[in-house]
Design a protein around this ligand. Structure first.
Ligand code: F6R
Length: 633
């Protein structure tokens, strides 16, 4: 939520900041702004709305400044107006600050600062920061290592909440300061030039050498190098690491939208996951697990229960995970919304594995839920209670370098590659793959799966990439035809059952978030307990009907909807006459084992949402009010 960038070096800062912000626009796009220092003056330009408005404002300017900071905003405190846009400045307009996060104690800080004569110009929580820094600068006698660094250090020690900030000052034109507390911040190391950003896509076009700051760390960036300190002022020894990325990964590569590109990347994502975690030479008679996740055995020992915490699409992946962990490995599994779990955690149970699922690794609620779980379990054991209550944490993420990756040693990296479209697609499929691997590994170790079944599932997994390709190749015919008729529909219902119920939820979420059409996902059997009252000829019902345990049930639930005149669209294989008779339209998917089907059934639903939104001329990659990485509570 909100993206910040910073640059110091040998090139004109404005262009680098703008291209960095472009890569971070997925984090928020309510307003944008940059501040540079030139000839002893601070130049701060801001614009309401998307980055293109800021670009337009800057077009007529020639600004050779080689230092600057920038921001793209997702509004929390204060309307998305220019006067609330970052960077914010102190009363004398000598220093500027950009922030991602929320300063929880800003009201009391603001009152105090106002009483001491500071002049506020915005409604934001962020504005207290430049005023505080200015106050410390004027009262500080410190010269070593830098007065600006010392003033920022004193200011951040006054702040409560989650934040990542970058600060420049007209009085200290050869340095900028960054600090991080519970919000992501990465430093990039170029040749004679240094960068900071909320996320690596803004840095990789310039360098692959990056250093993610940890909580309670700050840094001073000059054209000579980077010094890292903690908030107590102690210098820390840190070295950058090399990112295995190339800049092309953050381009659209000929696709109209990032979301469409990411949908088409899914066969490759499944392949990458299989290559990483499936033992190539595994045979049913082998003496080892077909899966190698590289996790500590401690996580698995005497496991009695699993609890999954996540938000949004990752929560849907968690629901599929629950199904797999319970049905394949026989482990009771709970799935919690992280935002609910934080304030109403389930009673502690022994030998419990807590899994945080977050593609970004930065979702504030998920991180806080995991931190709370770790803390309360450790405290319980320290009080002399049974060691079987010790925390066991596992993260499933697409960004092992994220805050989650720093917080939890056991990580399943989903290897989906960077996802730019705000609506999650390929990262969801990758999370499902992580759950297949985890559930199969556990099932093998606990001997809850017959060798023939295991072999059958492994072979089914291997065929998935080609099967997704078949769906993608045929999508134009089926989905596009439907889109013309459905694009102006006001309400959609998605039905699924068993392992495909979470896919119904995910299909509805995709449609809501990018096309702004109201949609609900239901377990097909629940329809008649209320929601069926919504149905008439104007409400299309998309039903996922895959041969298996609940196939006949879903078809008869679909018939109930049909009897209420609903237009029925089936996500189903084409080879069944009963299904053909039931549905008005079908979006065919290959007939696979029901257990593996979510990886296929979600694809047409992603495409349906995408095509409808694109047909309506909406901004598919940056839907209104949303941001990709939700770093506030
Ligand atoms: C929906 C979507 C969101 C995220 C949610 C959690 O398309 O992208 O619902 O799934 O904000 O994000 P992560 O997985 O980064 O924790």
């Amino acid at each position: 939520m909100c993206g910040i960038v910073g640059y110091i070096g040998t090139q004109a800062a404005t262009d680098i900041l703008l291209s960095g912000l472009e890569k971070l626009e997925y984090r928020g796009y309510d307003s944008a702004g940059i501040a540079t220092v030139l000839e002893g003056q601070l130049d701060c330009i801001r614009a309401k709305g998307k980055l293109c408005n800021l670009r337009e404002k800057l077009e007529s300017q020639v600004n050779p400044s080689r230092i600057g900071i920038g921001h793209t905003r997702w509004a929390t405190h204060g309307k998305p107006e220019e006067y609330n846009a970052h960077p914010h400045t102190d009363t004398a307009r000598r220093l500027a600050v950009v922030q991602n996060g929320i300063i929880e104690n800003y009201r009391e800080l603001r009152e105090g600062l106002k009483e001491r004569g500071h002049e506020f110009r915005s409604d934001t929580d962020t504005e207290v920061i430049p005023h505080l820094i200015a106050e410390f600068l004027s009262s500080s006698s410190s010269i070593s290592p830098s007065p600006l660094l010392e003033a920022v250090r004193q200011a951040v020690n006054k702040l409560e909440g989650a934040f990542a900030i970058a600060v420049i000052s007209a009085d200290y034109p050869d340095e900028f300061i960054v600090a991080r507390q519970q919000a992501p911040l990465v430093i990039g190391f170029g040749k004679g030039e240094f960068f900071c950003a909320s996320d690596t896509p803004a840095i990789v076009p310039h360098t692959n050498a990056v250093l993610p700051l940890e909580n309670g760390e700050m840094a001073r960036l000059t054209s000579l190098g980077v010094e890292v300190y903690n908030f107590a002022g102690d210098r820390l020894k840190k070295s950058p690491r090399t990112l295995n990325w190339n800049p092309v990964m953050v381009e659209k590569q000929g696709f109209k939208h990032f979301m469409l590109k990411e949908i088409y990347e899914q066969p490759g994502v499944v392949r990458a996951c299989l290559e990483s975690y499936l033992n190539d030479d595994w045979q049913p008679e082998s003496k080892n697990s077909p899966i190698n996740l590289g996790l500590s055995d401690e996580l698995y020992r005497d496991l009695e229960q699993i609890q999954i915490v996540a938000c949004g699409t990752s929560w849907h992946a968690g629901l599929v995970g629950k199904y797999l962990l319970e049905q394949l490995a026989g482990i009771p599994t709970m799935v919690q919304y992280a935002s609910e779990f934080r304030y109403a955690p389930s009673p502690l149970t022994p030998n419990t594995l807590s899994i945080g699922v977050t593609q970004s690794g930065e979702t504030a609620d998920t991180l806080a839920a995991l931190a709370m779980e770790k803390e309360r379990r450790a405290a319980y054991c320290q009080n002399g209670n049974r060691p079987s209550f010790q925390p066991r944490l596992l993260g499933i993420t697409n960004r092992p370098e994220s805050t989650l990756g720093q917080m939890i040693p056991n990580i399943i990296n989903t290897h989906a590659g960077i996802e730019i479209g705000v609506a999650a697609t390929k990262t969801f499929v990758a999370q499902l793959m992580a759950f297949y691997c985890l559930a199969l590994d556990l099932a093998y170790r606990r001997q809850t799966i017959a060798p023939t079944k295991l072999e059958q599932i492994i072979s089914g997994l291997r065929q998935l990439p080609a099967e997704i390709e078949v769906i993608l190749e045929s999508q134009e015919r089926y989905v596009e035809n439907l889109v013309h008729e459905l694009a102006e529909t006001q309400d959609f219902i998605f039905l699924g059952r068993g392992i495909n119920f979470p896919i119904a939820l995910e299909g509805a979420l995709k449609l809501k978030e990018i096309s702004y059409i109201h949609a609900e996902g239901y377990p097909a059997g629940e329809m008649k307990h209320g929601p069926i009252a919504l149905l008439d000829a104007k409400v299309p019902v998309v039903a996922i009907a895959m041969p298996g345990n609940v196939y006949d049930k879903v078809l008869s639930n679909a018939q109930e909807a049909k009897a209420r005149d609903a237009r029925l669209i089936g996500v189903t294989p084409t080879n069944d006459s009963e299904a053909a008779d039931t549905f008005d339209d079908t979006i065919p998917v290959p007939a696979v084992d029901e257990l593996l089907s979510p990886i296929l059934t979600v694809i047409p639903l992603q495409l349906l949402a995408y095509q409808i939104a694109a047909h309506r001329g909406l901004d598919v990659d940056q839907p209104r009010n949303l941001a990709k990485s939700v770093t506030v509570e």
